[in-house]
Write a protein that binds this ligand. Structure first.
Ligand code: ATP
Ligand code: MG
Length: 504
């Protein structure tokens, strides 16, 4: 083998009460895509933070291009040629795209930093990433999640890195966006740049990866497995220590009951129009489509977080006031949103507070919160999802990304919600915990809860939902029982969707 670009040996990192990394080894060769796999909380993000200088290791060594190094801060790693795209993107919302890309290393001309040059370079980089449409002068806070991801990529490219570390880059991207990302990665690797790629989707590892290192409970349990040929059950067994069946729960045998939610001709300027559908009690309806097709906007408008311009939303036959989350919640709706960090979590608060937020009223008597009852019920739900660490008194910010996602979803599983709106519920959740989450969602439906969910993973929509609506460019282009659709058909519709009318 050629001289490794990077070699980590025996890396240890502890946080108060947690040994997040307990002796990790990792070797990366120039020009390869090295995948890092492991369950939620295994230590992947911590490892790359150690590597990128955001955390200091307690023990172990980092060799970079043959010599031992220590990156005392992220800029040191960047200057040495390691760029990182974090799981929780670290862009500054108030700055423009170009300002974010060149933050800390503005291009200079005659000693003056030049805004024009920064914008020009940014436009080039965005073009190379296939996203010339993102305006370099736009504030980052106004971009959708996928757009922020691209900006983060552009920033990594602006440093001419030898190694680019990507922590779950595909989690915010839809199918065609992932293809685009892979094209960029292939470009980079053919120029000799190495990539460390983290994802919970095995299909992606197979497509883009060369070799795989697996972490479990902060330790390396397998190194340098061939990404394309190692059998899935072997990978999953190494990750989890058990054989996990990746199956979807049985659909209910009985046909669902009364219409719970009825949406008629719903529309919002420039987002979506003429959207009509029903969700019955006990039914799971999936919205398939690309990022930007309008699925999240539809969900948020049903919930009243966005105000509809046209149409009606009815629960149990009664119309709900437009643009009123309060009215929607009073009618029994709950929304688990897409961007957990900004919309859903109190990062400084303990886990149990975050989870019980939606059902606080149930836990209070005469205005006092019954902490004991609150913790017991929260404990039951989080245990069934294998939330780690299990102690619900921990601060939310100390949980791994996937575990934060589980907490967001648990919140609604605990609430007395009759219609559950789920936006990408399994984003960042590992293979083992996904099956549990699917089972929980299905069991809620079996108890009569209606579910409307958005997912960019077509197999997930087809496997979990009873009925599927395909959304394209703000319109519902197809509606059918999930069992009548194949993955290829849905992908076809999602991309090129001819308008098909179906009898109901
Ligand atoms: N700042 C912190 N303080 C305390 N504990 C932390 C902190 N950051 C991470 N941890 C803990 O370290 C362990 C590893 O977390 P890490 O984020 O590295 O997992 P991960 O493999 O990236 O998981 P995921 O797939 O969910 O993103 C977890 O137990 C987590 O709770
Ligand atoms: Mg992580």
């Amino acid at each position: 083998m050629t001289e490794p670009l990077l070699r980590l040996s025996g890396i240890v990192k502890t946080f108060p009460g947690v040994r997040a990394l307990d002796g990790v080894d990792l070797t990366v060769a120039p020009g390869e895509v090295h995948c890092l796999l492991g369950q939620n909380g295994a230590g992947k993000s911590t490892l790359i933070k150690v590597l990128s200088g955001a955390h200091q290791p307690d023990e172990g060594t980092i060799e970079w291009q043959g010599s031992e190094v220590r990156f005392v801060r992220p800029t040191a790693a960047l200057n040495a040629g390691l760029a990182t795209i974090y799981q929780e993107l670290d862009l500054v919302d108030d700055l423009t795209v170009a300002e974010n890309v060149f933050l800390g290393h503005e291009p200079r001309r005659l000693g003056f930093s030049s805004r024009g040059a920064a914008r020009r370079r940014t436009r080039e980089l965005l073009g190379r990433l296939g996203h010339a449409e993102i305006p370099a002068g736009r504030e980052v806070g106004r971009l959708p999640a996928a757009g922020k991801q691209i900006v983060s990529m552009a920033r990594a490219l602006s440093h001419d890195a030898r190694l680019i570390i990507m922590d779950e880059p595909s989690a915010v991207l839809a199918h065609d966006e992932v293809e685009n990302l892979f094209r960029v990665i292939r470009d980079l690797t053919s120029a000799g740049v190495a990539v460390i790629y983290i994802s919970h989707r095995l299909a992606e590892i197979r497509e883009i990866g060369d070799r795989v290192t697996i972490l479990k409970d902060g330790r390396t349990v397998a190194v340098d497995l061939p990404a394309k040929t190692t059998p899935t059950n072997e990978v999953v067994r190494l990750m989890t220590g058990r054989n996990v069946e990746y199956v979807f729960p049985q659909r209910a045998a009985t046909t669902p009951g009364e219409p719970l939610l009825r949406v008629t001709d719903l529309g919002r300027q420039k987002e979506f129009s003429d959207v009509s559908f029903e969700v019955k009690a006990g039914e799971i309806v999936g919205l398939a489509g690309l990022v930007g097709a309008g699925r999240s906007e539809i969900l948020e408008t049903v919930y009243g977080a966005r105000k509809a311009a046209t149409g009606t939303v009815e629960m149990d036959g009664k119309p709900i006031r437009r643009g009123s989350v309060k009215a929607a919640v009073a009618a029994g709706m709950g929304l688990a949103p897409e961007e957990r960090k900004s919309q859903a979590l109190l990062l400084g608060e303990p886990v149990y507070r975050n989870v019980s937020l939606a059902s606080l009223r149930r836990f209070s008597r005469f205005g006092f919160v019954r902490r004991g009852a609150e913790r017991t019920e929260v404990g039951a739900v989080t245990r069934s999802l294998d939330l780690r660490p299990a102690d619900p008194r921990r601060a939310m910010r100390t949980l791994s990304g996937g575990n934060q996602q589980k907490a967001v979803v648990s919140r609604w599983l605990l609430g007395r919600t009759r219609l559950l709106l789920l936006d990408e519920p399994t984003r960042g959740v590992d293979i083992g915990a996904r099956a549990e989450l699917y089972a929980l969602i299905r069991s809620l439906a079996d108890q009569g809860v209606g579910v409307l969910m958005v997912s960019s993973e077509v197999p997930e929509v087809l496997g979990l939902a009873d009925r599927v609506l395909v959304v394209r460019e703000g319109r519902v282009v197809h509606e059918a029982p999930a069992s009548d659709l194949t993955e290829a058909q849905v992908l076809d519709l999602v991309m090129a969707g001819e308008r098909v009318t179906t009898s109901r």
